[in-house]
Design a binder for this molecule. Sequence first.
Ligand SMILES: *Cc1c(COP(=O)(O)O)cnc(C)c1O
Length: 387
Amino acid sequence: MIPNVEDYYDPGRFERMRQFAQGKETPFLVVDTAIVGDQYDELTHAFPFAKVYYAVKANPAPEMIDLLAARGSNFDIASIYELDRVLSRGVDASRVSYGNTIKKSQDIRYFFERGVRLYATDSEADLRNIAKAAPGSRIYVRLLTEGTQTADWPLSRKFGCQPDMALDLLILARDLGLVPYGLSFHVGSQQRDIGVWDAAIAKVKVIFERLQEEDGIDLKMINLGGGFPANYVNRTHELSTYAEEITRFLHEDFGEELPEIILEPGRSMVGNAGVLVSEIVLISRKSRTSLHRWIYLDVGKFSGLIETLGESIKYPVYTDKQGELEEAILAGPTCDSADVMYEDYRYPLPLTLAIGDRLYWFSTGAYTTSYSAIEFNGFPPLKAYYI
Ligand SMILES: *Cc1c(COP(=O)(O)O)cnc(C)c1O
C-alpha cells in the first residue's frame, strides 16, 4: 500500500516540507526541526525522572545539536570528532558521556582534557586505559542483552559483557581509583518487544544488590540505552506505552526510589522528523513477461539508505501518483549490485509511475545523512535541509 501521510506526519507539516522541496534538485533530506522538538518533549514527559543523552550518531547536524542542547539534552558521544562538534556548539563537557566501549587511549585522554568525566566500558583493557587517561572518572559498565530477534537493527554481541564480568569490572574500577557509577545496556535499535527491557533491568538489579551487599559499592545510575521506535512500515507501540511499561519494570525491581536513570535515544528523537526526497532515474523489466518492475532511484544504500541492509528497516515510500498498483524492486543509482534497497519485500507502487517522478521516503531523519558515502561513483553525500 501507499502509506497514508496522516499516519506519519501532521498533514500541515508534511505539506510544508513538500512545498520546501519543490524545485530543488534531488536527492535530499528535509528535516522539520519542530518535530524533533516535539519528540524530545514527548520523551521527557513520558519519562519525567530520566536524563536524556541524545545519541549524536543518529543525526549529528549542528541544527539538531543546537535544538536539543537548548532543550536541556545531554549527549552520548562515540568519537573525538563528535565531541568536537558538540563542544563547538557551546555544550559543556559535563553534559557529555563517552558511550563507545571501543576507544583508543589517546582519545580517552582527549575527552578527559576537555572535561568529560563519564565513561562506558565493557572490558578490562579499556577500563585500565580509562583509569590511566581519565583518572577519577565515573564508570558505567555495559551489559550484553537479549532481544536480537525483535530489534530491526540489533546492536548486541559486539557490545557489552556478561553480568559476572560486569561485577568484576565495577570492583576493579573502584580499586583503580575510578568511581563505579552504574550499568548500561542497549536492547537493540527499533526494538519492538518492550519485554526485553524487563529482562535487562532484572539483570541490573542483581548486580546492584551483589555489589552493595558483598563489596559495599553503591551504584547510582542505570542507562537504559536507546531502542525506542520511529514510525516505519512495521508499526510498533506508542512511545507512551514503552514508557509506562519500562517505568513499571523499574519500580518492580527498585521500589519507589529509583536510581538516576539515563536514556540515550537516537532514532526515536530524529527519525520521524525527516523526509528523503528522491527521483526515479529508470524503470525497467528484465523480460517481456516479467510481472514486476525494477525502479531505480537517485538515492540508494550508499547515499543514506544503508539501513535497508538485509531489508532491516522498511521505510514507508510515498508517491502522489495514483492508480493500479504493481510490485516493484527498489534499487539505487550506483554501479554496485549490493545497491538494492528492497527485493524480497516488494513495494506495491502505481503503474502510472514514470521516470522523473518523485518518491518520498518517510521517517528518514535518523541514520541517513551520517551513513551516506562521500563519493562512491562520484555521487556527493546526501544533502540535508533543516526547516
Ligand atoms: C546507537 C546508540 C544509541 C541510540 O540508539 P537508538 O536505537 O537509535 O535510539 C544509544 N546508545 C548507544 C550506546 C548507541 O550506540
